[in-house]
Every structure is written in structure tokens, then in C-alpha cells.
Design a protein around this ligand. Sequence first.
Ligand code: ATP
Ligand code: MG
Length: 400
Amino acid sequence: MKHSFLIKYAEIALKGKNRHLFEGALVQQIKYAVRSLDGDFEVKRTQGRIYVEGEGDAYEEDVIDALKHVFGIVGICPIERLEDDDFDEICRAAVAHMGANYPDMDGLTFKVEARRARKDYFKDSMEINADVGEAILDAYPWLRVDVHHPDVSLYIEIRESVSIYSKVIPGPGGMPVGTSGKAMLLLSGGIDSPVAGYMIAKRGVKIDAVYFHAPPYTSERAKQKVVDLARIISAYTGPIYLHVINFTDIQLYIHEKCPHEELTIIMRRYMMRIAERLARQNNALALVTGESIGQVASQTIQSLLSTNEVCTLPVFRPLIAFDKQEIINLAQKIGTFETSILPFEDCCTIFAPKNPKTMPHLDECLKIEASYDFESLLEEALNNIEVKFINKNSDVDDLL
Ligand code: ATP
Ligand code: MG
């Protein structure tokens, strides 16, 4: 099966040098998206247009689905592409396109919308519209022209090649990953953090991830769940370096030394500290979490104030004002929900106190932390990181 698509992207961000960066990143992400499909695909960029062409066993739906995962795409148009701009050929292809896509649809209305990027073409847009329209009506007299509210708009673009299409399938929008720097996502096995990573990647930010693992209190299966979540979102974000931090010693130390009402918040502060150091080591410019105001005791504004205080990098919390149901809806849309609700233990819940403070005082945290020495434990955790390279195109995580 042959595939040809014209990719539409929002041109709003495309001034001067940005355009080159934006298009280059978009081409990269499209190549990544189609790599796992059955067939040979080529992504071409010419004169402000991106085309995806391929041949192989992949179904058109599968190609479209892959492209729907690429941020920056606003429209996916399956096209008939002609190398030759011979006008009779254009008419034949336009007639064939209407016949193949809208067979026997009595009374269907259409209009032809031609665009000439080459002004030297021997007919202008109006003439092309009229003549191609006439050819279509000759072939299918049961169709009607309606230039104001047509059922079908048939687009004809004459550039160095000719594209004919009538369907614009919506893409996800946003910006291509790789155009807005990199951030470190704190990825747990829960519902929220994968969604948070997806949302930040949608703004063009490349995502690295960190997971705090507490063996033997958290199992290999809990870790595998995080790997699986990272793989699901990597279909949108591109490949992810997942840093697995062994958090057991730090958690045991906190559990032993700290008053239990403050335990969660102090643990969260250590997660943020480690994530920030890891971010700096990996040239990430921000942290990302799945926090939402008031969702749990550690996410009241007072708690957020205390967790935030240990970071100097910006912390992005894209879900901050979302209700749980809104987050669940997004998790279902992006395909992480079913994995997120698998019942494996999380390091936060295992060490969770019965009555966590909902209004922890920052002074209190500072006092507690000042009386113990966490530094060597932090360094040890940062020196023993397991890094996995996670990629939607592979079931094997390349261990680095
Ligand atoms: P999630 O559904 O994302 O797990 P949550 O509602 O369970 O969130 P918390 O457990 O309070 O909330 O965690 C808040 C945020 O802290 C998470 O969204 C995530 O970004 C980060 N986080 C929590 N636990 C871990 C962990 N074990 N490893 C990495 N990040 C974590
Ligand atoms: Mg959680």
C-alpha cells in the first residue's frame, strides 16, 4: 500500500530562525513516529510543507494514528501526489479522488479550492476551481457545487509537485518536542505524573524522567509499571531516559529520624532535591510533577510551599488546577490510565504516616533536616542510578 500525507502545522510560532528549528524538530519527531510502522517511510520538507510518503503493509489508519502522536501537527491530510503538473492529469486525479472517497453519494455538495504556490502555472486558482469542478460534475452528475457550505472541499495545491486532498484529520497541536529545551519529570506509577509529562511535552519540551524506587518495599513489578508508563508516553514525547533512584536508605533514615506527621513532606523535599541535582547533571531546565492543589495532604498550598522551597529550578505542575476526573479523562485519552491503576505499591504509600500534616510548617521541616546529615545518603543515591533508555519502538529497554 502506498501512503502520501501532507502535514499541516501551526505557523504562528514561525518567525525567522524559529521556523527552521520548528520544522527540523517536527521532521525528527515524525520520523520517530513512523519508524515502527510496517513499510519504508520518508519525511520530506520542501518550501514550507512537510510530506510523509511510504510504501508497505501498514494500514492508512495506523499511519494516521502514529502521526496523531506528534506534537506540532495540526492537520494530517491523506493526499494524491502528482509529480507532473499536467492539467489533464490533475483533473483525472481529482475525479478519481472524489470517486474513491465519496462513492455514489447522491446530492453531496462540494467545491474545489486550488492554491498555486507557483504563479507561473498557466491557469490561475479561479480557472482551476472551475475546470476541475466541471470535470468532477461530468463524471458524477449526481454531485452538486456549493461554494459556501460544501460537504466536501477538494483542495488542490500546485507547488513543485501537486497535492490533491479533501480530508484534514486533526493532529494533537502543540509544539514539536525538542523546540523548548528539556525538563525532568518525576514519574511515579500513579495516574497524574504521566499526564503531567504529556502536557509539558506538548509544549515542545523534551522529557527525561526520574523514578524513586524503594526495594524491597516496592517491587520489581512496581518499577516495571513505571517503565511501561514511560513507554506509553514516549509515543508522544520521543525516547525517554528514565533514571531509577534507589530511595530505600533515605526513606528508612527519614522514617527513623523524623516525626511521623512531617514524614511525607520531608520525603517529598528529598525527592525534589535529588530530581533537581539530576536535572542539572542532565541539562534539564525545569522539574515536572503531577501535583494538583488539595488532592492529598502533601499537595495543599502549604505543602507545595515546603516542597518548592528546596528547588531553584522552575517546577512545572501542569495539573495544578485540574480535578481528578479531568486528569483521569486525559489519562484515558493518552492511554496511560489502565496501566496507572494496576495495584502495585508506591514508595510514598508504604511509608505514609497515618496522619500526615496538611499544613506542615516550613520552619519545622528546616529544623528537622538541619539536625540530621542527609548529604552522604543523597550522594550515594545519585552515584548509583540505573538509567533506562525507553522508546516506544522497542520492548527492550536499552540499559546504559
Ligand atoms: P501520581 O498519580 O503522579 O503518582 P499522586 O497523586 O500519587 O501522583 P503524590 O504521591 O503526592 O501524588 O506525588 C506527587 C508527585 O510527586 C507525583 O505526581 C510525581 O510527580 C512525584 N512522585 C511521587 N512519588 C514518586 C516516585 N516514587 N517517583 C517519582 N516521582 C514521584
Ligand atoms: Mg503517587
